[in-house]
Design a protein around this ligand. Structure first.
Ligand SMILES: NC(=O)c1ccc[n+]([C@@H]2O[C@H](COP(=O)([O-])OP(=O)(O)OC[C@H]3O[C@@H](n4cnc5c(N)ncnc54)[C@H](O)[C@@H]3O)[C@@H](O)[C@H]2O)c1
Length: 253
């Protein structure tokens, strides 16, 4: 029970990696404040974790808005009395070439992928400082380092998220450790949505797995294990880093 008596906020918890991270953390004893847009799925996950003896609360809302992020922190304090860590995992694609992209899609992508990190940490860091320690993991993407067709807003916003994580690590250490993770293709609804940007989406998903050195897509649980490592005491000398977890996609080229 590595997270016994620890309290975490996990955004984008209703699906994919966020759901796996929530399940992993709850299984390790964490009290979890879960966020996402789908209230039915979020409430059902919170009930499932509670049914297994965990502590979990779901709050629906758009993480691109400051108010929901503030409420997530308040919810942690009101229900569990403190805050030990934050996993900023919610993300959106905002597909379209620069010449086709409406500026409101560009704006929404940055709101969801970058402003959300700023807003949540702005409210979460002072509370974690009260405990003398805090763990932050920002879910970015290998898109921070590699271009994908029709993904300009996504690539740029994920690069910004990596940079922001590093910068915040330098302002709030040594008490608060902040790291980014950069997954490659992970088998979630999001991956299948991103494949729409390729001429043959089904082929693109199949090839994404085949092109890794490990010859498969990532599983949400692969990512949850890395996040748990970075949020736990075993990683106590790691901050300001970005961890590529991509089955060797970037190395394969
Ligand atoms: N799947 C991949 O191949 C892949 C690769 C690299 C990085 N990522 C990143 O991983 C993260 C999780 O994605 P996933 O693949 O598990 O996708 P997913 O579609 O399964 O889950 C995305 C989650 O984010 C939430 N979300 C999206 N926009 C939101 C908003 N504005 N407000 C609140 N919640 C919002 C959704 O409700 C959902 O819970 C994202 O940040 C994504 O960019 C995904």
């Amino acid at each position: 029970m590595k997270f016994k008596d620890k309290v975490f906020i996990i955004t984008g918890a209703t699906s994919g990696m966020g759901r796996s991270i929530a399940t992993e953390f709850s299984g390790e004893g964490a009290a979890c404040v879960l966020s996402g847009r789908n209230a039915e799925r979020g409430t059902s996950l919170a009930d499932e974790l509670t049914g297994k003896g965990g502590k979990a609360i779901f709050l629906a809302g758009d993480v691109g808005l400051e108010e929901i992020n503030k409420r997530l922190v308040e919810t942690a304090l009101q229900n569990f009395g403190k805050l030990d860590g934050v996993i900023t995992n919610a993300g959106m694609l905002g597909l379209g070439k620069v010449t086709d992209l409406e500026s409101d899609v560009w704006q929404e992508t940055f709101q969801t992928n970058v402003y959300s990190v700023f807003y949540l940490l702005k409210h979460a860091i002072p509370e974690m400082q009260k405990n003398g320690s805090g763990r932050v993991i920002v879910n970015a993407s290998i898109a921070a380092f590699k271009s994908f067709p029709n993904h300009p807003a996504y690539c740029a916003s994920k690069a910004a998220a990596v940079s922001l994580a590093k910068q915040i690590a330098s302002d709030y250490g040594p008490e608060i450790r902040v790291n980014a993770i950069c997954p490659g293709p992970v088998d979630t609804p999001f991956l299948h949505d991103s494949a729409i940007a390729f001429p043959d989406p089904e082929k693109a998903v199949a090839e994404a797995g085949e092109k890794t050195l490990l010859k498969r897509l990532g599983k949400p649980d692969d990512i949850a294990k890395l996040v748990a490592f970075l949020a736990g005491d075993e990683s106590s000398w790691i901050t300001g880093s970005s961890y590529i977890i991509d089955g060797g996609t970037l190395t394969a080229g």
